[in-house]
Design a protein around this ligand. Structure first.
Ligand code: KG4
Ligand code: ZN
Length: 353
């Protein structure tokens, strides 16, 4: 199939390497045939955070094996490919370069067009990918909505009026929601990566036992600020020494911290939707794996009779399927990215149209 640009986009290989996941996917006519992710979590755990130099070396080591596995799982040969999509930004500079340059090299030797994708724009449209259904038709069914992108590096509220027609409403003024989860977990001496561990402990805790702030929840804007919440956890732990050593105390602190973050995120998303006059919500990015957030958004949407699309957990954390699905569409609409284009580690998510 070709779009307005005349570029064939049937069979596309996608590559993602913006942070600590090396990922490749094969997308056929917008449907995900295979998606392989090699996570570096265990490697960085020792250091309590992502070490860019190590991340880059791992990307270089793993990229071709991950590509080979994605092709094998899809039953597709290099010669079957029509195009390549890869993350061009934002992200860790050298990590991005590892994936983008490898994608360029493949495109060069295979004489294929390449399209550079914005990592957060791919997260933005990832709730419209679901296994078993052709994602392209779901993108085509996309209705006006407000979207929450919550990851380790970003917290954004976006008004999507149509496919690739979006406008940023607000974002975080300091720490991202995932960063807040991770830093709170670190203060509680939980193993890396903290967010998922804190989430698991919170499941059995009493969220009403301790009161943590809900920053900017009632302010008339669409912005977030999580650094004060992190500080309040630090101060709380200084005032309650030993609380995290008691299993019940630890679970209750986790549940109370999670409730503060979740209520802030869901409250601001609902307010933004109301102010934009839409009745459809979506959420994506690593923090959308959070069980408390998924339940809160499901309940809030049901109460209002609104539509909700949460990215599948496998499409919440970094993956190449979302790069391929958006890449296929971008390639058809905009055509290829010029071959001499470089990575853009600080690339801002632009308003579409
Ligand atoms: O989207 P992502 O994989 O990478 C970025 O682009 O940042 O998001 C990773 C973030 C980390 O901060 C991680 O702790 C957080 O998502 N995360 C969670 C959960 N699963 C992942 N945070 C809270 N609860 C979870 N279940
Ligand atoms: Zn991400």
């Amino acid at each position: 199939m070709t779009g307005p640009t005349g570029i064939p986009t049937e069979m596309l290989l996608a590559i993602e390497s913006s942070c600590d996941e090396t990922a490749a996917a094969v997308v056929h006519e917008g449907a995900v045939l295979s998606s392989v992710v090699s996570s570096q979590v265990a490697l960085h755990a020792e250091y309590g955070g992502v070490v860019p130099e190590l991340a880059t070396r791992e990307h270089l080591r793993n990229l071709l094996p991950v590509v080979r596995e994605a092709l094998a799982k899809a039953g597709v040969a290099l010669g079957d490919l029509d195009a390549i999509a890869a993350t061009r930004g934002p992200g860790l500079p050298a990590a991005l370069m590892a994936g983008w340059t490898s994608a360029q090299s493949l495109a060069y030797v295979l004489r294929l067009p390449i399209v550079g994708i914005h990592h957060h724009e791919a997260h933005l449209y990832s709730p419209w990918i679901s296994p078993g259904n052709p994602p392209r038709s779901q993108l085509a069914e996309l209705r006006p909505h407000v979207s929450l992108i919550v990851s380790g590096g970003h917290t954004l509220l976006v008004h999507v009026r149509g496919l690739l027609d979006h406008r940023i409403l607000g974002g975080t003024l300091d720490d991202a929601a995932g960063e807040c989860f991770d830093k709170a977990a670190k203060l509680l001496a939980l193993p890396y990566p903290g967010g998922p561990v804190l989430d698991r402990l919170a499941e059995e805790g009493d969220a009403a036992r301790f009161a943590f702030p809900r920053p900017l929840l009632h302010e008339p804007n669409h912005d977030f600020s999580f650094s004060g919440l992190k500080t309040s956890v630090r101060v709380f732990l200084q005032k309650h020494p030993g609380i995290a050593d008691d299993p019940n105390g630890l679970r209750d602190v986790c549940a109370s911290v999670r409730a503060a973050i979740v209520e802030t995120l869901s409250g601001k998303l609902l307010k933004a939707a109301a102010s934009c006059g839409v009745d459809t919500l979506t959420a994506s990015g690593g923090v959308t794996c959070n069980r408390g957030l998924r339940r809160a958004l499901t309940a809030a949407a049901a109460r209002r009779g609104w539509n909700l699309r949460l990215a599948e957990p496998t499409h919440c954390t970094d993956n190449a399927a979302m790069i391929g699905v958006l890449g296929e569409h971008r390639l058809r609409v905009d055509g290829p990215t010029p071959f001499d284009t470089e990575t853009d580690p600080g690339w801002e998510l632009a308003s579409g149209k």
